[in-house]
Design a protein around this ligand. Structure first.
Ligand SMILES: C[S@@+](CC[C@H](N)C(=O)[O-])C[C@H]1O[C@@H](n2cnc3c(N)ncnc32)[C@H](O)[C@@H]1O
Length: 269
């Protein structure tokens, strides 16, 4: 694992509890997970892997809808995995603290691998082959991507709007603080996914883009999870700035997420 990948995992390790609270507060995460579950084949065959399982949101939804499903949790951040195991551990068939590229170490052959809100954090050239090797022939890799990491939706940029709100509040409250630097995720393309899929023996059989409206407060809450959020301010002042900005952040933004289904080629007779 390279240091960049480890840094990303560490950043989720430290935000684990904050992330679970965020997903409790904002239904978008549950909706994204539900939409992936909608794409599972019926009847469900074989074990399912929840890849980058986080605090277990997708697995919990899956087991609610399919109580007989055999779910295996894969998540590299220990604090996240602990939350997931606490949430669904007794109803899962196991778990492993490994990265997505190491999912081939999991000792089972899955009917499907699901991955919600995390594909932008990993490299498809490493993850697709590893996923392919844990899938049964005909098995499916079902995942989604936020707008910022997909070529067709990357034009959506709520950043300037929520940043302007924070700047306005800092100025009105007489505070000065460094705003978090804009992040520039790598943009995935249909061509890149198809090529990486072909090399791994996975055919892209479905894509679908969904639209949701989110108030600007969502983006403030997401950003505020980071431990260095407005780190120049005392915790009390930071809380005041965030509260004031949130109170004004009712304007809604349309965002888009895209779902993908890749199918492992059946073995030749
Ligand atoms: C936004 S959370 C999504 C969690 C969960 N899938 C959900 O829908 O709530 C992103 C998760 O990806 C995990 N992650 C980060 N880098 C990863 C990697 N290289 N391999 C697997 N998971 C990774 C993080 O630890 C975190 O739990």
């Amino acid at each position: 694992m390279d240091s960049r990948e480890q840094q990303i995992i560490d950043s989720w390790q430290e935000r684990a509890r904050a992330y679970q609270e965020l997903t409790d507060r904002w239904s978008i995460f549950g909706r994204l997970a539900e939409r992936l579950i909608d794409l599972l084949p019926s009847p469900l065959e074989g074990p399912l892997i929840d890849l980058a399982a986080g605090a277990g949101l997708l697995s919990a939804r899956l087991l609610h809808r399919h109580p007989q499903a055999q779910v295996y949790l894969v998540e590299p951040a220990e604090a996240m995995l602990e939350l997931a195991v606490r949430r669904v551990g007794s109803r899962s068939i196991g778990h492993a603290r490994v990265s997505a590229a190491q999912v081939d170490r999991v000792p089972l052959r899955a009917g499907a691998v699901l991955c919600s809100a995390a594909a932008h954090l990993v490299d498809e050239n490493e993850v697709f082959p590893s996923v392919a090797s844990v899938l049964q022939p005909g098995g499916r890799f079902i995942f989604n991507l936020w707008w910022h990491s997909w070529e067709s939706t990357v034009h959506i940029d709520p950043g300037p709007r929520w940043r302007a709100l924070l700047e306005q509040d800092l100025s009105e409250l007489g505070e000065s603080a460094t705003l978090p630097a804009p992040t520039r995720p790598r943009i995935r393309t249909r061509h890149g996914f198809s090529q990486a899929g072909q090399r791994a023996g996975l055919d892209m059989i479905h894509t679908q883009t969904d639209t949701d409206r989110l108030p600007l407060a969502f983006f403030l809450d997401f950003t505020a999870m980071a431990s260095d959020f407005l780190a120049d301010l005392s915790p009390a002042r930071r809380a005041v700035v965030l509260r004031t900005a949130r109170a004004r952040a009712n304007a809604e933004v349309s965002i888009q997420t895209t779902r993908f289904v890749l199918q492992k080629r059946a073995a030749r007779p």
